[in-house]
Design a protein around this ligand. Structure first.
Ligand code: S3P
Length: 180
């Protein structure tokens, strides 16, 4: 395994709870890349949780800031890895960035039921689903994923992740970025 990867901006996309942050941090460590997390940047900038930002300012406000933050990082010429919020590719043409030559984008793809299993424990911190009952979650995630799939599928690499350990997913991501 090499550790000299320096060329492209790596962007991880996928639904809430796909493990984007965990994987991105690990890759950043391995390849000594600058790591960005769009949600974390927004929370730090406003000194508020994403939940609070949605409550106080609304989703559209959040999406505009998210686009601004993402565009700025994408114009950074140094090699970086970005973990994106689950809705990011679906607004303000952010998905167009995923196809740029200097971008290595990976979609961490799961079936709705797997996402629901992962989301059940952490529903309260997620403004789009914190009002839903556990019973409503599967239908919501299935429809939502169906609508979003078009945008996620613009990523250059589609990585099916169901039934894989974090380590397996990490290694598959590394082999993708190591060879491209
Ligand atoms: C969102 C996903 C969240 C966060 C916000 C909206 C979405 O990020 O950006 O709550 O629209 O799917 P994670 O995917 O990191 O949970």
């Amino acid at each position: 395994m090499s550790n000299v990867y320096t060329q492209k901006i790596i962007v991880l996309v996928g639904y809430m709870s796909a493990g984007k942050t965990t994987i991105a941090k690990e890759i950043a460590n391995r390849f000594k890349l600058t790591y960005y997390d769009t949600d974390e940047i927004i929370e730090n900038t406003f000194n508020q949780s994403i939940n609070n930002i949605f409550d106080k300012h609304g989703e559209l406000f959040f999406r505009k800031i998210e686009h601004q933050v993402f565009s700025e990082i994408m114009n950074d010429k140094n090699a970086v890895i970005i973990s994106t919020g689950g809705g990011l590719p679906c607004y303000f043409n952010n998905h167009e960035f995923l196809k740029y030559d200097h971008v290595n984008s990976i979609y961490l793809k799961y079936q709705p039921q797997t996402l629901v299993n992962r989301l059940l424990a952490d529903k309260k911190n997620r403004p789009l689903i914190n009002q839903l009952s556990d019973e409503e979650l599967l239908e919501f995630v299935s429809k939502h994923l169906f609508e979003r799939n078009y945008y996620y599928m613009q990523a250059k690499h589609i990585l099916p992740c169901d039934n894989k350990s974090i380590n397996e997913i990490l290694n598959e991501c590394i082999s993708i970025i190591d060879t491209k």
